[in-house]
Design a protein around this ligand. Structure first.
Ligand code: S3P
Length: 171
C-alpha cells in the first residue's frame, strides 16, 4: 500500500490535470487522474456516463476509483471536482497531503465557459458555478492541507506556489 505524494482537489477547469502533470515532471513521479481512470475502465466519456446512467451512478464509480487510486498511486493524483462530495472519501483524504486549487467565478467562466464535455456546467455556467461552489467550497477547504489560488496565474506559477506551500523540493 502506498500513498500519493500530493492529491489535487478543486473545481472543474481549475487546472488539476495540467498543474498535476507539471508537478509530476518536476518531482520526478507519475501522474494519475481519477476521471481518466473512470473513462478508461468504462470505455466511454464522463458526459456519456452522466447521460446514460445519471449522476449518482457516476459518483459510485468515482468513489471506487478514488479509493483505489489513493491506495495504489504514489505520485501526483488529481481528483474529479465532485469527488469530495462523498463523506468517506473526505475522511480518507484526512491522512494525505491535499492541495485545493481555487479560482473565482470570473476565472471559472473564462476557463470552462462553453465546454460541453462538462455536463454540470452545460446550461448557464455562471449561475451553476456559483451554486456548485456554495455547496462545495467548505468541503474543499475541509480536506485541504494547502490552498493555492490560481486566478491570473500560469500553470507553472500555480505549480511553484503548490511546491512552496507544501515545502516540497524538486527531484
Ligand atoms: C465534476 C467534475 C469533472 C468530472 C465530472 C463531474 C464535478 O472532473 O468528474 O464532470 O462534479 O465537479 P474535473 O474536475 O476533472 O473536470
Amino acid at each position: 500500500m502506498s500513498a500519493p505524494l500530493v492529491v489535487l482537489v478543486g473545481p472543474m477547469g481549475v487546472g488539476k490535470s495540467t498543474v498535476g502533470q507539471l508537478l509530476a515532471e518536476r518531482l520526478g513521479v507519475g501522474f494519475r487522474d481519477t476521471d481518466e481512470d473512470i473513462v478508461a475502465e468504462q470505455g466511454r466519456s464522463i458526459a456519456d456516463i452522466f447521460v446514460d446512467e445519471g449522476e449518482s451512478a457516476f459518483r459510485a464509480l468515482e468513489k471506487r476509483s478514488v479509493h483505489t487510486a489513493l491506495a495504489e498511486h504514489d505520485g501526483i493524483l488529481a481528483l474529479g471536482g465532485g469527488a469530495i462530495l462523498d463523506e468517506e472519501t473526505r475522511a480518507l483524504l484526512g491522512g494525505h497531503r491535499v492541495v485545493y486549487l481555487s479560482m473565482d467565478v470570473e476565472e471559472a467562466v473564462k476557463r470552462t465557459g462553453l465546454n460541453v464535455a462538462r455536463p454540470l456546467l452545460a446550461v448557464n455556467p455562471r449561475r451553476q458555478w456559483r451554486e456548485l461552489m456554495e455547496a462545495r467550497r467548505h468541503l474543499y477547504e475541509e480536506v485541504a492541507t494547502a490552498v493555492v489560488a490560481t486566478d491570473g496565474r500560469s500553470p507553472e506559477e500555480v505549480g511553484q506556489a503548490a511546491l512552496d506551500a507544501l515545502e516540497l523540493k524538486e527531484a
